[in-house]
Design a protein around this ligand. Structure first.
Ligand code: CUA
Length: 451
């Protein structure tokens, strides 16, 4: 009897959970209502069978439970019952499979006018490429991928010159126009999935896969990697922003082409020296940092990182959190750098500074305990803590330890990495969650100080 009660409670509980829980489909934002229909049919068929089978079991347990002297009747064949069961099962299975065939036929039949966006996955972020005015994507090759050529572009391919390169996990698409996402992985299996679009597809190294959809709602939709791809898998996020046609054109006009990126002059350290004067008052003449001014050491920091952070300040991705008073100071200062070229110049000047050791101020940490924690950080920041550009992880070894400690705290308290578009800050926030008790932080800093 207890078993029968459990079975009945299981059915009632499951139905209540389904009807009352907040975990339902996200709102549909694409043309793929067919996918929802298919899922609904599967749910109704399997749900009906689940309820009927379990209640039938409970009924049997009660009705045919042990009674003294009762005898079972033996009935090996029941043609009528078998016909019904086989027929109903066939109808149910067919109902679940048939809509999927129609969905798949449509899924592989990409509208000819679909505009193409290549989404490139790597541990653990997304980048995007779109054909330029010629409508053709240039050749790419994994062998050419490097820090200077993260897309693996062929410099001699004329089709690639006007390709639009988006080195950022956020891409825009226009509303109500079919878009075909070409999918390419640089390293391991990933999966491109936006819940609101209902379609998803794996990225397989050495293969090009695709999916297509027509976005039907403006807004910002999160991309999740839905294939386990290593320690940072859960942090591999991005966004597809669906724009009105006008907003999309504005966004597109601001994205660089491959040839424009190549033609951009390198930073000029000489010009940068004059612009650095304002930075020097806090960060020091040689970028050595000044704890009294809350200015970290910048000498020896990776140039790509310095540039990204200054640009983040300029774009309001950093230094806009009201709790980040030092960041707000920095926002005022970077406003003096007129444009990207000025930023490049200053960064080029910073690169000329000698990388002298800094005074270590952090106390109370156990480097042995910190070593264990750092093994997680090492996946991105490198075993030697010198940073890995391809993983968007800056150098941490030999930098101002008081600054590292404060930033860890800022990540924990979501003072840093809280801006919606600060994907790498957000990523660091997720990765660091295991380290955010005070002692763990001190241990970690103590270990980084030994690197
Ligand atoms: Cu990429 Cu999981």
């Amino acid at each position: 009897m207890p078993l029968a009660v459990v079975l009945i409670l299981l059915v009632v509980g499951s139905l209540l959970f389904h009807l009352l829980s907040p975990w339902t489909f996200t709102e549909l934002a694409s043309n793929w209502g067919m996918v929802d229909f298919t899922v609904d049919v599967t749910l109704y068929v399997t749900g009906f069978v689940f309820v009927v089978v379990n209640l039938f079991m409970a009924y049997c347990v009660i009705k045919f439970r042990y009674r003294k002297g009762a005898r079972a009747t033996y009935e090996p064949e029941n043609k009528k019952l078998e016909t019904w069961l086989t027929g109903l099962t066939a109808v149910g299975v067919a109902a679940m499979l048939t809509p999927g065939l129609f969905v798949w036929a449509k899924f592989v039949d990409v509208p000819e006018e679909a505009h193409v966006v290549e989404a490139i996955g790597q541990q653990w972020h997304w980048t995007f490429r779109m054909p330029g005015a010629d409508g053709k994507l240039g050749e790419v090759d994994a062998e050419r991928i490097s820090n200077d050529n993260p897309f693996g572009m062929d410099p001699d391919d004329p089709n690639g010159q006007d390709d639009i390169l988006v080195y950022n996990p956020e891409v825009h698409v226009p509303i109500d126009k079919p878009v075909k996402f070409l999918l390419r992985s640089k390293d391991v299996l990933h999966d491109f999935a936006v819940a609101q679009f209902r379609v998803k597809m794996d990225l397989v190294p050495g293969m090009n896969t695709f999916l297509w959809l027509t976005p039907t709602q403006e807004g910002r939709f999160e991309i999740l990697c839905e294939e386990l791809c290593g320690i940072g898998h859960h942090t591999m996020r991005g966004a597809v922003v669906v724009d009105s046609a006008g907003d999309y054109d504005t966004w597109l006009a601001n994205q660089p082409t491959y040839s424009a990126l190549n033609a951009k002059p390198a930073g000029n350290a000489g010009i940068g020296a004059a612009q650095y004067a304002i930075c020097a008052s806090c960060h020091g003449q040689q970028g050595e940092g000044n704890v009294a001014m809350n200015a970290p050491k910048i000498a020896g920091q990776s140039s790509w990182y310095l540039k990204r952070q200054i640009m983040n300040y300029k774009k309001g991705l950093r230094g806009t959190n009201p709790a980040d008073t030092f960041g707000q100071q920095m926002t005022g200062m970077v406003a003096m750098l007129a444009d990207e070229q000025a930023v490049d110049n200053v960064v080029a000047h910073i690169r000329t500074f000698p990388d002298n050791p800094v005074e270590q101020t952090s106390q109370g940490g156990n480097p042995m305990a910190g070593a264990k924690q750092y093994s997680v950080c090492a996946y991105c920041h490198g075993k030697d803590g010198m940073g890995v550009q391809a993983l968007n992880a800056p150098r941490v070894a030999g930098m101002s330890d008081w600054y590292l400690e404060r930033q860890l705290r800022y990540f924990r308290d979501e003072v840093r990495g809280s801006h919606l578009q600060d994907y790498y800050g957000f990523q660091m926030g997720l990765m660091g969650q295991s380290l955010y008790d005070e002692q763990a932080m001190k241990d970690l800093i103590a270990y980084i100080n030994t690197l």
